[in-house]
Ligand binder design. Structure first.
Ligand SMILES: Cc1cc2nc3c(=O)[nH]c(=O)nc-3n(C[C@H](O)[C@H](O)[C@H](O)COP(=O)(O)O)c2cc1C
Length: 198
């Protein structure tokens, strides 16, 4: 981190115009700012991101933006709608592009679902583990139809409380993990997991 503030990146994986996933994520980021975090929201509706090609040319404006945001982040929130018990293809495509910048960062999960979204959040958790990121031990799920009113205002106090809890915990635990990781990378101890990132 160039300054002392915790950098929290939120990634929203719904392309729906009236996405509730994006609204909940924005709330969470606002709550994190109350704890001193600097936040950025990467709303994938606003970025033309082609399907990931391992042998593609790379270097598009969209790719550079994603890469810069992930590098900037000291912690990340992945927010996805529940599509067939899975994360959205949009979110998976985003994650396919970004595997190098997960180490030393804590990830939180948000899911808009008519059920509980547990399998969706577990899948995002699996991707993050595979990329050596750390995960919060819980997620926040909500029902976009029942928990928001027609104006897009969150009306479920329990969901708000969980978003506030996630925001608080991400800033606190995320900063601890990230600072330790940076310190380990800067050190010379070969036994630490972070040694591979020197
Ligand atoms: C392709 C597709 C598949 C879906 N599958 C499920 C599902 O398996 N379980 C569920 O609870 N909701 C499912 N939904 C409903 C969405 O999860 C729900 O509408 C969500 O709130 C949308 O989030 P958004 O407002 O951010 O777009 C599906 C929606 C779509 C478009």
């Amino acid at each position: 981190m160039a300054d002392d503030r915790f950098h929290l990146l939120g990634v929203s994986g719904s392309l729906r115009e009236k996405s509730r996933t994006a609204l909940a994520l924005r709330l969470l980021l606002d709550f994190a700012e109350e704890h001193g975090a600097e936040t950025r929201m990467l709303d994938l509706r606003t970025i033309e991101l082609p399907l990931y090609r391992p042998d593609g040319p790379g270097g598009s404006a969209a790719e550079l933006r994603l890469g810069a945001d992930m590098k900037w982040a000291s912690g990340v929130v992945l927010a996805s709608p529940d599509y067939h018990g899975s994360m959205s293809g949009t979110m998976k495509n985003f994650l396919d592009y970004n595997w190098e910048e997960c180490a030393g960062k804590v990830f939180g999960y948000v899911c808009s679902s008519h059920e509980k979204g547990l399998t969706v959040m577990d899948q995002m958790r699996t991707v993050v583990r595979q990329c050596y990121g750390w995960s919060m031990p819980y997620g926040v799920s909500f029902d976009g139809r029942a928990d928001f009113d027609s104006e897009g205002k969150l009306k479920n106090e329990k969901v708000e409380a969980r978003l506030r809890m996630m925001a608080h915990d991400l800033v606190i635990y995320g900063a601890l993990i990230h600072q330790q990781f940076l310190s380990d990378v800067a050190g010379s101890d070969a036994r630490t997991f972070a040694a591979a990132y020197r």
